[in-house]
Design a protein around this ligand. Structure first.
Ligand SMILES: [Fe+2]
Length: 210
């Protein structure tokens, strides 16, 4: 039998012979990177990976919420919303792939399992007991707007990190999410209101990327 090299050896627990738990923590901390010829500094890549993994968790959560809405919506707008929510689900899958593959390009590990996403997502929990089109429009537009705000905050942080390509990816994603927000929100918009006395972005403007 081949012997397995185990670092300094004696502290490896029998339940974790490959030291995966320690590696997992280092990955979550953004300190675990593959070597790459990508010219960005290692610290920039580590910080960007950590940031993008948070948004990856949000995006996976968002996608599952779209399907939840697709399955459960009822009422006179059923067929239109049922189809729309599925279109958003499909598009969100592409956003997930863009974010995850950028993480890997930077030498990071895309942490995109459902369990990790459930632990990390910063989006609101989707209500399980709603049924009408109006309720699903309200719930899904809420999380689309939350995601959009988080993506924008992450773009600002990536600008500080001087990683314009990750910024570009999140800009593409947030632009797409904004379009879906319009498609959903248009079902509940009635007439415009005066902006006097309202601060810019007052409805959704307090998002941070955490
Ligand atoms: Fe379906």
């Amino acid at each position: 039998m081949k012997s397995r090299k185990q670092g300094n050896g004696s502290r490896q627990s029998n339940g974790d012979p490959r030291g995966v738990a320690k590696l997992a923590q280092q990955a979550a901390d953004g300190t675990l990177l593959y070597e790459t010829k990508n010219p960005l500094p290692a610290q920039t890549r580590a910080d960007a990976v950590r940031l993008m993994n948070k948004r990856l968790a949000d995006c996976i959560d968002l996608q599952s919420q779209c399907k939840q809405a697709h399955w459960n919506v009822k009422g006179p707008m059923f067929i239109a919303l049922h189809k729309l929510f599925d279109e958003i689900y499909e598009a969100t899958g592409e956003y997930i792939d863009l974010i995850a593959e950028r993480i890997v390009q930077l030498g990071g590990i895309a942490e995109g399992t459902t369990r990790v996403a459930a632990q990390r997502s910063s989006l609101s929990e989707y209500p399980l007991v709603i049924s009408s089109g109006e309720e699903h429009v309200a719930a899904l537009s809420d999380v689309l707007a939350q995601f959009s705000g988080k993506a924008r905050a992450a773009i600002d942080e990536l600008e500080d990190l001087e990683d314009p390509d990750s910024m570009d990816i999140l800009t593409e994603v947030s632009r797409g999410v904004d379009q879906w927000l319009w498609f959903v929100e248009a079902h509940q918009q009635t007439r415009p209101q005066s902006t006097e006395g309202r601060s810019a972005g007052s409805r959704f403007g307090s998002s941070s990327s955490t």
